[in-house]
Design a protein around this ligand. Structure first.
Ligand code: AMP
Length: 507
């Protein structure tokens, strides 16, 4: 009789490991951590979690700085059959109160500096508190030190939860996206093949690990491939360039690429050993893509995903990596563009709502059945909230979040189209187009422009340059200037911040 294999992500990652001595992670100070070390330590932590009363299906909320011990804690929680719930390290106690009350974890792991404040919050839901600092020290590691490393990985089914990640929530309250063992495992396996990861790869890992990008895409893909990663606490362009001669892959948000391009040390020679540069989590400007190719000889591979769906589309490994496009639906993922009102599929090149379906798509929002129902079509497609189109070659293009769409005088204005025109003007570094309340038009199209250093631009010169290039209804009514666009930690432009700042412009 054959037994059903354990669907637990941990088992799928490590049950077939043949060489435990292989390097998995190099710490920021150069210490090697082997696959065997990861597995042994995860066993110790899983035993400690069990001792602290964490049961199968319990949430373990974690707000700690990035460290290898933090990553192993994630593996241990999953291994123990509990649900990993990472929290952005920037969240204040006030914000943590919401997440902890909503998720009702049985254990909260936090930085020692926050322990006192968190104890009061945790007590409200009966959760215990353990600590882990940026160096991997604290009551959690002390407790784990005393435990045995053997731990029988808890049997889990494909649909059982492995993690809950709260969406960044730029409008309304943030929602807990429930991700199953199969959501995570299937997507990482697909990406290993699509991006040709092998055990010869060395990934420069400089992303945070409380977000889907650094936690699942970067870490799970590396571990499934038996590759190695060099852990950096955060984006450090010069350090990344120094590491390139002994690495092969970089995964970053667009800010990584714009910051690296500012360094004179980024050259063809410096990147000669690298095989792949991947970007995602926010749109990579077509200009950045071209500049990167010209400087390094590498075409950045841009992909598109979200917390709720893992990765949906990717530019091809071998085929053309089109600047400004996010590529093809991944194998096993169906993507379509529909009329947002009727749900009717649209023809090639028509702009509408992007919807996706596949083993990558989450199980719904934690304790929000109504919200979950509203975000899925009857045939199982998830409504991403992103507007875009699929071109005749099958490449998906994103034009922006649905909520960033500007409706002026009854006409839909897609910000990206106008931003691309403005970005092409000499002296413009980047731009953001937003809609602001306007008595006549409903919303007034408004451009916020960041000039390049030393550029001599004003409102009239931008409007002159756009004249004749855009239909009248798309022309910005006002052009404002800023030194920087407000961005969140994943490099996404926070248009809601701009809308708020200038909300009275036309009143
Ligand atoms: P998050 O849940 O924080 O990962 O954010 C997901 C959102 O980021 C998506 O719904 C998109 O709006 C945006 N996003 C992710 N990747 C890209 C990309 N390559 N280009 C444009 N937008 C992206």
């Amino acid at each position: 009789m054959t037994s059903t294999p354990n669907a637990n992500l941990f088992s799928r990652l490590f049950d077939t490991l043949d060489d435990p001595s292989r390097l998995a992670i190099e710490t920021p100070d150069g210490k090697p951590i082997s696959y065997g070390d990861l597995i042994a330590r995860s066993g110790q932590i899983a035993n400690f979690l069990a001792k602290r009363g964490v049961k199968v299906g319990d949430r373990v909320a974690v707000q700690v700085e990035k460290s290898v011990q933090n990553l192993i804690l994630y593996l241990a929680v999953v291994r123990a059959g509990a649900v990993y719930l990472p929290l952005n390290t920037a969240y204040t106690l006030n914000e943590l109160d919401y997440f902890i009350t909503d998720a009702e974890p049985s254990l909260v792991v936090c930085d020692p500096a926050k322990a006192e404040g968190l104890r009061a919050i945790a007590a409200k839901v009966g959760a215990k508190v353990e600590t882990l600092d940026a160096n991997g020290k604290g009551s959690l590691s002390d407790g784990a030190d005393a435990e045995a490393s053997d731990f029988a990985t808890v049997i889990r089914g494909n649909d059982d939860l492995a993690a809950i990640l709260y969406t960044s929530g730029t409008t309304g309250r943030s929602k807990g996206a429930m991700l199953s063992h199969d959501n995570l495992a299937s997507n990482s396996r697909t990406l290993v093949d699509y991006w040709r990861f092998t055990d010869n790869d060395v990934l420069i890992h400089a992303l945070p690990i409380y977000h889907t990008h650094g936690l699942f895409v970067a870490s799970n893909v590396t571990l499934f491939a038996r590759a190695a990663m060099i852990f950096l606490p955060k984006l450090d362009p010069e350090r990344i360039i120094q590491l390139m001669p002994r690495a092969t892959v970089l995964m970053g948000v667009p800010t990584f690429y714009t910051r690296l391009l500012q360094s004179p040390n980024l050259t063809k020679e410096a990147t000669g050993h690298m095989r792949l540069f991947i970007s995602g989590s926010a749109p990579l400007l077509a200009d950045t893509h071209r500049e990167w190719s010209a400087r390094t000889g590498h075409a950045v591979l841009e992909r598109y995903g979200m917390t709720e769906t893992n990765m949906n589309t990717s530019n091809p490994y071998d085929g053309e990596r089109v600047p400004g496009a996010v590529g093809f639906p991944l194998p096993g993922v169906a993507a379509r563009v529909v009329d947002p009102e009727t749900g009717k599929p649209l023809a090639a090149d028509e702009i509408g709502m992007i919807e996706v379906k596949g083993p990558n798509v989450f199980k719904g929002y934690w304790r929000m059945p109504e919200k979950t129902k509203a975000e899925f079509r009857d045939d199982g497609f998830f409504i991403t909230g992103d507007l875009g189109k699929i071109d005749p070659r099958g490449y998906v293009h994103i034009v922006g979040r649905g909520k960033d769409l500007v409706i002026s005088g009854g006409f839909n204005v897609y910000p990206k189209e106008i931003e691309s025109e403005i970005d092409a003007i000499d002296g413009v570094l980047e731009s953001a187009v937003i809609g602001l309340p306007h008595a006549d038009f409903g919303e007034g199209v408004t451009a916020v422009v960041v000039p390049q250093a030393g550029a001599n631009l004003d409102e009239a010169s931008i409007l002159r340059a756009l004249d004749g290039r855009l239909a009248k209804f798309k022309m910005p009514k006002r052009v404002l200037f800023e030194d920087d666009l407000p961005r969140n930690t994943m490099g996404k432009v926070q248009k809601n911040v701009l809308r708020d700042k200038y909300k009275s412009l036309y009143s």
